[in-house]
Design a protein around this ligand. Sequence first.
Ligand code: CAA
Length: 260
Amino acid sequence: MVYNNLLVEIDQRVAWVTINRPKALNALNPDTINELSAAIGSLEQHPSVKVIVLTGSGDKAFVAGADLALMKTFSPVQARSFALQTGSLFRQIENSPRVVIAAINGYALGGGCELAMACDLRLAAEQAQMGQPEINLGIIPGWGGTQRLPRLVGVSRAKEMMFTGEMVSAQRALQIGLVDHVFAQDELFSHTQKLAQTIASKPQIAIRLIKEAVQNGMEMDKEKAIRYEADLFGLCFTTEDQREGMSAFFEKRSAVWKDC
Ligand code: CAA
């Protein structure tokens, strides 16, 4: 598939999707959101892709938010419809059978921070800066920021970030749980690839069930979530990988996963 705003590369079971609008610091417009949705949908079907990494082109920005040049002229109906379109992409990422990692190579602001938060894991370069600066534009975060940020960093830290609109450094983001790792700029991609390959080498049905258990379980009450986990745990015992994993343990050898 040909994309106008994305670069897609596959490197040893890891698909790298680079948002490529460097002149606008990779700001997201509806076309880019559509392309991201199509690219992720097609990579999920790709037989050799196990993990998807999202990043931004250039060394300045991951994504500097929604495209303000466009948004400036939006009617309320257009703003709502863009928020719903992006909300559906973010749910697609959260519900994807593939693990999706954000490699945050620079500014992740507004919709960029919200995109990163919809991913399973967030790895940042040490010069990256993150934040929800919408307050400075007279609006609120509209792509899930008011919901995902407090779940990641806690209610009052999230409110402070959104009330002030101030950016946080990568180190501060690490401290508050907004990112999982921080690396030197020139090492971000190699560390991301390494982590992605580790995940890609695991049995993918179990990876997918872990993702489903966490994602859906977090939205249930604890009692229901524990029962749901038990159901998914039971489902593991229908797979060849469960038999292979347990046989390999007793035969003192490495398991050979078949993803079935
Ligand atoms: N949309 C469109 N274009 C953008 C953009 C955005 N979100 N962010 C930056 N750009 C453009 C700038 O207009 C500029 O273009 P020109 O060269 O044509 O003037 C170019 O990218 C470079 O930007 P700056 O000159 O501003 O670069 P800087 O280094 O001085 O500052 C920055 C970098 C701090 C990221 C600054 O660009 C900035 O604050 N950007 C806006 C960030 C923001 O407010 N994001 C939230 C958007 S609203 C949103 O996302 C709501 C939501 O919940 C969905």
